[in-house]
Design a protein around this ligand. Structure first.
Ligand code: PLP
Length: 351
């Protein structure tokens, strides 16, 4: 397995145990939500911590799946629950991709896809995004077992219209997986869920880690045709979600308005952050997610990331040719955003 970089290092750029806790650290490097989860979700989690923990959870997380089916207008058989959407991505790859099978996706995108394809001994057919991060035309002619579309894409924040994803799905023989970790931060009507009705090769992944403020609870959902989901469920751990997560996730879905209020605050801050970063000389891609990609063309941002870190502000930098001159910055609270902007301005003046 030496070909595979440790997932924690790959995801966050830090080694376990090194993560700064509390204090004055402003953590804008992993796209968490700066606002708390719905009170009902916290209450449900607390209530689930009882003597009943001696019992195994419902193996398919049925209460959570039923609530998701109600909220998203599908049948419970069309919903699979995971220990975070990362687990669902793993299950999808294990179920669909074998040695030498081709997995197609535009790049740069969510780096876990590369790792999972390598683990499966599959072959990644990556097609570079153009500079404006619209889908590359070659994607529409690609063939493979699985196509991954991260929408909105990470780390660009760019959004592909659902009609374009429908076109891709109609022209592709394999499974098209739309990773919608950030779709709640995009304009209404951006989700590919309506495509499920007419396309049995489409699956949609959602997470509770971003818009629902429950990253620590580890909850993800995968939507798709019941037959395809039954195949994917064959590689599922028997009890992949614990009792507390099932209760919290179901309760969070009962308070969608709370999540939407947090999303509204974050998208307002995103607009201000983008504008202020432009004022500091960054090119900021329009973002439909809870982060922005800010670039200074040709100028390595690794030292800027390091300087911010020294000042207690964590942002994400990718040491790849395509992204070296960019920082990915999560949208925090108004105060966190002010702090980031102040530190960044101070660093830039000193350079
Ligand atoms: C595009 C994308 N998909 C999936 C995930 C994983 O989310 P989860 O916390 O549900 O495993 C992330 C997390 O950052 C992400 O950026």
């Amino acid at each position: 397995m030496s070909r595979v970089r440790p997932i924690v290092e790959r995801m966050h750029g830090y080694v376990p145990g090194e993560q700064p806790q509390g204090g004055r650290v402003v953590k804008l490097n992993t796209n968490e939500n700066p606002y708390p989860p719905a009170p009902g979700a916290v209450e449900a989690a607390r209530a689930a911590v009882s003597a009943d923990l001696r019992l195994y959870p419902e193996p398919s997380a049925r209460p959570l799946r039923e609530e998701a089916a109600r909220v998203y207008g599908v049948r419970p058989e069309q919903v699979l629950a995971g220990n975070g959407s990362d687990e669902l991505l793993t299950m999808l790859m294990r179920a669909v991709v074998g040695p030498d099978d081709v997995v197609v996706y535009p790049e740069p995108t969510y780096s876990l896809y590369d790792t999972l394809v390598t683990i499966q001994e599959g072959r990644a057919l990556t097609i570079p995004f153009p500079d404006d991060f619209t889908l590359p035309p070659a994607l529409f002619a690609a063939e493979g077992r699985l196509m991954m579309i991260c929408n909105p894409n990470a780390p660009s924040g760019s959004l592909t219209p659902i009609a374009t994803i429908g076109e891709l799905a109609r022209g592709f023989d394999g499974v098209v997986a739309v990773d919608e970790a950030y779709v709640d931060f995009a304009p209404p009507g951006s989700s590919a869920l309506p495509l499920l009705a007419g396309h049995d090769n489409v699956v949609v992944l959602r997470t509770f880690s971003k818009s629902f403020s429950l990253a620590g609870m580890r909850i993800g959902l995968l939507f798709g045709h019941a037959d395809l989901l039954a195949e994917i469920a064959k590689v599922k751990d028997s009890y992949n979600l614990n009792r507390v997560a099932i209760a919290a996730g179901a309760a969070a879905l009962g308070e969608v308005e709370w999540m939407e209020r947090n999303v509204a605050r974050i998208t307002a801050t995103r607009a201000r952050l983008s504008e202020r970063l432009a004022g500091l000389g960054y090119d900021v891609l329009p973002s439909a997610a809870n982060f922005v990609l800010a670039r200074r063309s040709g100028e390595d941002q690794a030292p800027v990331q390091a300087a911010l870190r020294t000042r207690g502000v964590l942002v994400r930098h990718f040491a790849t040719d395509r992204l070296r001159d960019a920082l990915r910055i999560s949208v925090g609270t108004e105060d966190e955003t002010d702090r980031l902007l102040a530190e960044l301005a101070a660093i830039r003046v000193g350079r």
